[in-house]
Ligand binder design. Structure first.
Ligand SMILES: Cc1cc2nc3c(=O)[nH]c(=O)nc-3n(C[C@H](O)[C@H](O)[C@H](O)COP(=O)(O)OP(=O)(O)OC[C@H]3O[C@@H](n4cnc5c(N)ncnc54)[C@H](O)[C@@H]3O)c2cc1C
Length: 643
């Protein structure tokens, strides 16, 4: 899951016109498979050696030594001194390989600088927070310990000898909605509007699900669910129950999606002013606002939904969104999702260029407003002076002073950044507040590059680009039950070399960390367990690519230990297990000038949630007039919610 290798690549062209993929196109001519001097098996073996699961990230895994030396030479001459001095990297995909080389060559020079705000971590929440603050005129520096920005949403690239072009792999999220349209309540869309940067969107119509009853391949939206899935999988009155459910959920979804945007929220009295701006948009929540935080299972019960298929289908979505089935999912989240998934003319969205483009637009948003994103900038300590946060100390010894520090890192990592005794109240807060939450489980990952000859070249009904495999409904959280698969090169062919595809398959937060925690990565036990994980994930990909084994030219297997290392997640966890109506802590802390955002804070895990978290955190730092001006940038998002 590392983004060690990033080669020259032009920025994705900006366009407000989403591209749409629904029908199969004829396969484009594919060159005869070429495996280079090593042959296919050789290429596979070579990449296992330099796989994700090696102890220390290595630069230039797929390029010969000669090229590395050339890179070092070029970088030393061309990279501006200001980048080299800091031993940190400013993010720019086309320069990254040169900058990495320069950084590893230069000795660390301890410098001291000062900005308004330092954000620790470039996850989606950290970049959102930084982008909003920079757009409001604050000087902001984001410090990321990794080689690439994006945290769980980072992209990494690999090459195979003898094959021209990069295999671009996403490490995390792949399913997005509500982003391509102009009038949308998506928190991420609003952030793009605020920072004035956005990726190009590819729109598509479906994902596939292999469920215990059979293959549920239907376009998202109301129509095919009712005409294809319910008659096939539902009970005798499933259609009436679904109708009843939608009738109840749509007014709630309407109140959420067309009501005040989440970006008005701030955790102080100023919220009265920012909410007042949207008073005319306030709509009543059927049953009262407390319904929003109730578990969705209660909502289903109130709507008298008893049909096993509908209940299982809802459990599946709840589980995919935040790691818990309906019994633990807040109704607000499900209403928001269902409003988007089942409205008329709905679609799924994918960023052209993959998550690199999604994250890249946020980075550009920070930089456009004079902020900076520094990579390989691991923060080791939050400095406290006179009872307030005063700056950070990096691993290389450099100090960056700031009036405000935001930690986007996981809460346990954040805790480790506070020197014992330096901020007793904060230490106590961090020790006590998160203790009550359990951790969600971890992941096993499979990233493959494979030949695409004979397969459709693009997403279509016969070959949806994404699919899920659910072996049993009885316990979605059980290990090795569910697998999610994304083949993003079916949506954007540029993500793989011509004639090839990339795929990412993973178990969604169901892999027990304990089973991997004490294993020596060199031991035969670890290797055997890894092989078993690989075989399990292969079987899920093979649901749509039966002759997969014959096609693979590149294979990377990630275990919970890999996940922990590359996603900086203690115990490789997905995050905190929050069961509705429980809520995670907010974004302020007892230490003046120190804030937190990301999936350890409310509202929790998932792209929309962490973006909201980063936005709220930024709002807390801004004055009400500054916040108000930021809200001016959000375009009208309201739209009639029809099914
Ligand atoms: C496999 C997978 C699939 C997913 N699929 C989806 C999906 O389809 N849809 C969806 O909505 N959500 C999905 N999610 C969830 C979503 O991606 C995450 O909830 C979200 O990206 C987390 O963002 P974050 O900003 O909270 O934190 P993170 O992404 O964890 O970012 C934190 C950052 O802080 C950095 N950091 C930590 N410590 C330090 C330090 N000391 N110094 C400097 N930097 C530091 C880390 O390196 C990291 O970059 C998925 C997640 C995973 C793992």
């Amino acid at each position: 899951m590392d983004g060690i290798l990033a080669l020259s690549r032009p920025r994705a062209a900006q366009s407000s016109q989403p591209r749409s993929l629904t029908r199969c196109r004829p396969p484009r001519p594919v060159a005869a498979p070429s495996h280079g001097a090593l042959g296919r098996r050789g290429a596979k073996r070579e990449h296992r050696e330099s796989s994700e699961d090696s102890r220390a990230p290595r630069a230039f895994p797929a390029i010969g030594l000669g090229l590395v030396s050339v890179g070092l030479g070029v970088a030393a001459r061309r990279v501006p001194a200001k980048y080299r001095e800091a031993k940190t990297l400013h993010w720019a995909p086309r320069q990254l390989h040169c900058l990495q080389a320069a950084a590893s060559k230069e000795a660390a020079e301890v410098a001291e600088s000062e900005v308004d705000v330092v954000v620790i971590g470039s996850g989606l929440a950290g970049l959102t927070c930084a982008g909003v603050l920079a757009a409001a005129g604050k000087s902001v520096t984001v410090l990321e310990s990794h080689y690439v920005p994006g945290g769980a949403a980072h992209t990494f690239r690999r090459r195979v000898k003898g094959i021209e072009g990069d295999f671009c792999f996403d490490s995390g999220p792949s399913l997005y909605g509500g982003l391509s349209g102009e009038r949308t309540s998506s928190p991420l869309k609003h952030v793009y509007q605020i920072v004035g940067e956005e990726p190009e969107w590819i729109t598509y119509d479906r994902w596939n699900a292999f469920i215990p009853e059979g293959e549920a391949n239907a376009a998202i939206g109301y129509e095919e669910f009712v005409t294809k899935l319910l008659p096939r999988f539902g009970g005798p009155d499933a259609a009436q129950q679904w109708e009843r459910l939608m009738k109840r959920i749509i007014p709630m979804a309407d109140a959420i999606c067309n009501g005040p945007p989440p970006s008005f929220v701030r955790e102080d009295l100023g919220v009265a002013a920012t909410l007042a701006r949207y008073l005319t948009k306030l709509k009543s929540i059927p049953g009262g606002p407390q319904k929003l935080s109730e578990p969705f299972s209660q909502f289903l019960e109130d709507a008298q939904v008893t049909d096993p298929f509908i209940k299982n289908w809802m459990d599946m979505f709840a589980f995919l969104l935040q790691g818990l089935p309906s019994y633990g999912a807040p109704t607000s989240m499900m209403a928001y999702m269902m409003g988007d998934m089942y409205k008329k003319n709905t679609c799924l969205d994918f960023p052209k260029g993959g998550n690199e483009a999604l994250v890249g637009a946020l980075v550009r948003g920070v930089e456009k407003h004079a902020g900076q994103v520094l990579l390989k900038a691991h923060v080791e300590e939050v400095l406290v002076e006179g009872g307030r946060a005063a700056g950070v100390r990096l691993k290389d010894g450099r100090i960056i002073r700031a009036q405000t520090i935001v930690s986007n890192a996981d809460w346990q990592i954040t805790k480790s950044l506070i020197k014992p005794g330096s901020a007793p109240e904060l230490e106590e807060y961090l020790k006590v507040t998160w203790k009550e939450y359990r951790l969600l489980k971890s992941f096993i990952h499979l990233h493959l590059g494979f030949r695409g000859d004979g397969l459709p070249t693009q997403h279509c009904e016969e070959f949806p680009a994404q699919w899920g495999v659910f072996n049993s409904w009885s316990d979605l959280e059980a290990p090795r039950n569910a697998v999610l698969v994304s083949c993003p090169s079916m949506l954007d062919p540029d993500l793989a070399p011509p004639g090839h595809h990339v795929v990412h398959a993973y178990t969604p937060a169901t892999e027990p960390w304990e089973e991997w925690a004490d294993l020596d990565e060199k031991s035969s036990e670890y290797k055997a367990k890894k092989r078993e994980a690989r075989d399990f994930l292969y079987s899920a990909v093979a649901k749509q690519v039966p002759d997969l084994e014959e096609r693979v030219v590149l294979e990377l297997v990630g275990t919970p230990r890999t996940h922990r290392r590359f996603l900086r997640k203690p115990a490789g966890t997905y995050g905190l297990r929050v069961q509705a109506p429980e809520m995670l802590p907010g974004h302020k802390t007892p230490l003046e000038g120190f804030h937190m955002c990301g999936d350890s804070t409310a509202p929790g895990i998932g792209v929309p949630a962490v973006v909201m978290s980063g936005h709220i955190c930024a709002n807390n730092i801004l004055s009400v007039p500054e916040h108000w001006q930021i809200l001016d940038r959000i375009k009208d998002w309201t739209t009639e919610l029809e099914i």
